[in-house]
Design a protein around this ligand. Structure first.
Ligand code: AP5
Ligand code: MG
Ligand code: ZN
Length: 226
């Protein structure tokens, strides 16, 4: 199976780094689906499926959902036709075992990870981004009360849906998520660096600045020599 020119892009970064924000923009510019495991778990929870109820018990504590459950959910998502040629992966993989499973899944379709952009941000910035985040209940659009406010308070600009704060955005859970990230997910930076796929992006810039650098790295990595 042939992949799109951009293939499978793995967005790395701590909680609050801006993965979801940037993935939304890449999705529309590159024409690839944005697959975020956190969003898939939250959608399952909204529908009160067994998967959703199971995931909630982990998410509310700010710890990772077990690898087997997460990998099975991504494998299922990959069977949908929109993901056949590439995707923007946000929040997956999050452990070395998930990264190895992803490689195997992509290999089955004659593909691989094309690039792993790492949005690098200090802990102080992460906490201020998480503290001011509001999310649309209907379309998942991401806002920040200072850095990216909606035109009307509490209302989504794109769909008119109600904005809410995630239940795992309490100060204690935010800190714990960052700790879990450092111990379980940060090793993936070396994992992808070793494979020559890491692209570090300065995440301290504003949303447009980060996006400009990110897009440039994606274009450079996926351009075929002519
Ligand atoms: P998940 O939903 O993935 O949460 P996360 O990793 O904690 O990341 P966030 O969504 O909090 O941050 P983000 O980087 O997307 O930032 P955003 O763009 O929103 O996971 C939640 C839970 O699900 C996990 O804790 C775990 O339990 C479970 N889970 C998910 N995937 C899993 C997996 N693979 N394995 C096991 N368990 C899994 O931006 C944050 C804020 O900053 C926003 O307000 C935004 O407007 C603002 N902002 C963004 N960029 C900028 C900028 N450049 N300047 C100023 N403000 C900015
Ligand atoms: Mg996110
Ligand atoms: Zn919306």
């Amino acid at each position: 199976m042939s992949t799109s020119a951009f293939g499978y892009i793995v967005l790395l970064g701590a909680p609050g780094a801006g993965k979801g924000t940037q993935a939304e923009r890449l999705e529309s510019d590159l024409g690839l689906p944005h697959i975020a495991t956190g969003d898939l778990f939250r959608a399952a929870l909204k529908q009160q499926t067994e998967l959703g109820k199971l995931a909630q018990s982990y998410m509310d504590r700010g710890v990772l959902v077990p690898d087997d459950v997460t990998i099975a959910m991504v494998r299922e998502r990959f069977t949908q036709p929109d993901a056949a040629k590439g995707a923007i992966l946000d929040g997956f993989p999050r452990t070395v075992d998930q990264a190895t499973a992803l490689d195997a899944m992509l290999q089955e379709r004659g593909a691989g990870v094309t690039l792993a952009p790492y949005i690098k941000v200090t802990t102080e910035t992460l906490l201020s981004r998480l503290a001011g985040r509001w999310v649309c209940r209907r379309c998942g659009g991401v806002y920040h009360m200072l850095y990216n406010p909606p035109a009307r308070e509490g209302v989504c600009d794109s769909c008119g849906g109600e904005l809410y704060q995630r239940s795992d955005d309490t100060p204690a859970t935010q800190l714990h998520r960052i700790e879990v990230y450092l111990s379980e997910t940060a090793p993936l930076i070396e994992f992808y660096r070793d494979r020559g796929l890491l692209a570090e992006v300065d995440g301290e810039q504003n949303i447009d600045g980060v996006y400009r650098d990110l897009l440039e790295r994606v274009r450079r990595a996926t351009q075929r020599p002519s």
